[in-house]
Write a protein that binds this ligand. Structure first.
Ligand code: SME
Length: 151
């Protein structure tokens, strides 16, 4: 199956020799190029010094102004508190949302957990309305489990 082959490529990247940020960049690139409705793919990392805040890590897609996100703010900030995947089929219906681009219609944010602790998040924006199915959620949670080995 298609997602399985992408997972195998991601596992190869994560098992390689390069630094963590290079691997995250390669994973973001793989995801964005493999799935046409993944229009922005990036990682937010937990700031272990500054307290309850996320900072933008490697990403593929247009630059975003949201380089630091406090826990609780926007979809990413809510996922940081819940430690559960959130799927937003239509971002225009959400109040606690940080907009990166007017083109974005939907979003999925998956927590990356190591030993039950949040270490980072995988954030994907789409220009399509409601494109994220259960299969995407399951796939991206597997990606998060593979990437968690980098912490
Ligand atoms: N939309 C996110 C902010 C990050 S951008 O999508 C890159 C949010 O509401 O947390």
């Amino acid at each position: 199956m298609f997602f399985e082959s992408v997972l195998a490529q991601i596992a190869t990247v994560v098992g390689g020799e390069s630094a963590r940020d290079e691997k995250l960049q390669a994973v973001a690139c793989l995801l964005k190029s493999a799935i046409p409705y993944y229009d922005w793919v990036g990682f937010y990392l937990v700031d272990t010094h500054g307290g309850n805040e996320l900072f933008l890590g490697p990403f593929e897609g247009e630059p975003t102004e949201h380089v630091r996100i406090p826990f609780g703010k926007g979809v990413c900030g809510q996922v940081a508190q819940k430690k559960e995947t959130v799927v937003v089929p239509d971002v225009s219906r959400l109040k606690n949302y940080l907009s990166c681009s007017a083109k974005v219609q939907s979003e999925i944010v998956v927590p990356i957990l190591q030993g039950g602790e949040l270490v980072a998040e995988l954030d994907i924006d789409s220009h399509a309305r409601a494109p994220f199915a259960d299969a995407d959620k399951m796939f991206l949670e597997k990606v998060a489990a593979i990437v968690a080995k980098l912490w």
